[in-house]
Design a protein around this ligand. Structure first.
Ligand SMILES: Cc1cc2nc3c(=O)[nH]c(=O)nc-3n(C[C@H](O)[C@H](O)[C@H](O)COP(=O)(O)OP(=O)(O)OC[C@H]3O[C@@H](n4cnc5c(N)ncnc54)[C@H](O)[C@@H]3O)c2cc1C
Length: 482
């Protein structure tokens, strides 16, 4: 029962952003109800569900604290890392124990493979920031004898893998930096776990038709301002749910729920493919296990000699089910469609939104090409093996790659708050994101969160991060299928 002095909050979206905020607001004594059109209470955030259409519903996502010059995200990642470890310990996973693939955070390490046989500029900046925060000892540069020795002493050397640079004569290998702080989080399992935490704390959930939000309910503000006040939301079953504040945490569908977000956000597709290994393939099963194989990211020179994109690829170690997941982010594909009338920001009357689930299975030709190039260098055993799965997973890109967590000034009485804009790097922050967001929710400009200035509503910020491309641009998916 909601106490008389308790404020009610309705959160749209039970992905990482919605769940994390729900738990943190509940801890601050708000009466929280979460709405999601997926039936997570029945399928436990099943990563095999192709129709879930949520970035958080996935086998795994990379955890890294390396953020180039963005020291604030480096710090947030370290805060989050600590929290993941504590959570795993509470669940009985001490040290490196990953019995039955049960950990949420796996410290497999991450090898940042360079485009060439030496370190690039971003890598040097990352190492400098690691140094500044006293973390340089956690990074091992492959070409440094001192670092290799340290890696050996600390048990990390086997993950400083060598990969030949194609066509280099004489033979050369890519330089690389092994980040021993990094690894991956088991994303779907983490959501299922946070859902249970939320339920235990008293957060209410509505799923499926009862959780699918059709519209926000508005009325003119009582204080005479021309702004509307949002008083709640209406779900697909026709029920109206009242709330003091509605939070939009609907991931790549956030602009469709709240078109006022259209200047800040754009949905774009990441291309994901996987191979499946059977436990009977003992050598491969071992070789690609998280104990033996790190996460690998590779930022090749973006184009090969014929002008095709081959870079910005990542791979995660084998899952307990046998999947090796490869992602291509060299081109985040846009899907421009006519925007509804009255949308506050459009490009030629259009905006980029996710394709329907059944059109999000095949990968565009440039992605397939790039992944195959990568496989030929990094996973030679799979060069002629067909992918086991392929999927477009939709990003919620913000105009500057930082999240958008703030009240929406277009509405009166702080009645609408947004918590979204994950921009391809939000999953790792699940354990701490909500605490920062809830602090901002309570205190706005007086918030003490060091993320406040980065996450605020920022209509004056230039629209960069690829969001300036628009329809017909180089990332438009309509021309990308062979
Ligand atoms: C390809 C790809 C790779 C990524 N890699 C990484 C990585 O390596 N590391 C990392 O940290 N992060 C990564 N991310 C980012 C991370 O996955 C996201 O930041 C995070 O999952 C976003 O969570 P969310 O809750 O905002 O959105 P989502 O997970 O999309 O959840 C939004 C929820 O809202 C619901 N919803 C939408 N509309 C409605 C409606 N009308 N009514 C009710 N419910 C609705 C959806 O069903 C969904 O459950 C990656 C993202 C992508 C796409």
């Amino acid at each position: 029962m909601q106490a008389a002095d308790q404020k009610s909050v309705a959160i749209i979206g039970a992905g990482i952003f919605g769940l994390s905020l729900a738990v943190a607001l509940c801890d601050k004594n708000y009466a929280v109800t979460v709405f999601d059109r997926n039936a997570y209470h029945e399928n436990g955030y099943d990563p095999g569900d192709d129709y879930a259409q949520a970035a958080s519903v996935d086998l795994n996502k990379i955890f890294r604290a390396s953020y180039g010059t963005k020291l604030h995200y480096q710090r947030l990642a370290m805060e989050s890392r600590k929290a993941w470890v504590i959570e795993d310990e509470k669940r009985g996973f001490l040290g490196a124990n990953d019995a039955n693939g049960g950990r949420l955070f796996v410290n497999s390490g991450m090898l940042r493979v360079q485009p060439t046989n030496h370190l690039d500029t971003l890598e040097k900046e990352t190492l400098a920031n690691m140094e500044r925060d006293g973390l340089r000892d956690t990074q091992f540069v492959k070409s440094s004898l001192d670092d290799r020795e340290r890696a050996e002493n600390l048990g990390w050397k086997a993950k400083l893998l060598d990969f030949d640079i194609p066509e280099a004569s004489p033979v050369q290998t890519f330089d690389a930096v092994l980040d021993s702080l990094a690894g991956f989080v088991r994303c779907s399992s983490a959501c299922a776990y946070w859902y249970e935490i939320a339920v235990a704390k008293g957060v209410k959930f509505h799923f499926g038709k009862k959780g699918a939000v059709e519209s926000l309910v508005k009325r003119p503000s009582s204080d005479g301002t021309p702004k509307d006040r949002v008083t709640g939301l209406k779900t697909q079953d026709g029920v109206i749910h009242n709330a003091d504040t509605v939070v939009v945490a609907a991931g790549s569908f956030s602009t469709q729920v709240l078109p006022e977000l259209s200047y800040h956000l754009e949905s774009s597709a990441g291309s994901v493919a996987s191979f499946k290994i059977d436990p009977s393939q003992k050598d491969l099963w071992e070789k690609y296990s998280p104990e033996k194989f790190p996460v690998i990211t590779w930022k090749a020179t973006p184009r090969n000699r014929s002008g095709k994109d081959t870079g910005s690829i990542y791979i995660l170690p084998r899952t307990p089910e046998g999947y090796i997941k490869i992602g291509f982010r060299g081109i985040k594909f846009t899907n421009f469609q006519p925007a509804p009338e009255g949308t506050t920001f459009t490009q030629d009357g259009k905006w980029s939104v996710p394709l329907p689930a059944d059109e999000s299975k095949a990968l565009p030709e440039p992605a397939v090409y790039a992944i195959k190039q990568f496989v030929s260098i990094f996973l030679p055993e799979f060069e002629n093996i067909p992918f086991s799965t392929t999927k477009l997973c939709w990003y919620t890109d913000s105009l500057d790659n930082s999240f958008v967590i703030d009240y929406v000034p277009d509405f009166a009485d702080k009645s609408v708050f947004v918590c979204t804009g994950g921009s391809g790097h939000g999953a790792k922050f699940l354990p701490v994101l909500g605490e920062h967001a809830a602090e901002i929710f309570e205190n706005g400009d007086r918030s003490t969160s060091y993320m406040r200035s980065f996450w605020r509503w920022r209509p004056e910020a230039p629209r960069r991060n690829g969001l300036e491309d628009g329809p017909g641009g180089p990332r438009d998916i309509s021309g990308a299928f062979a």
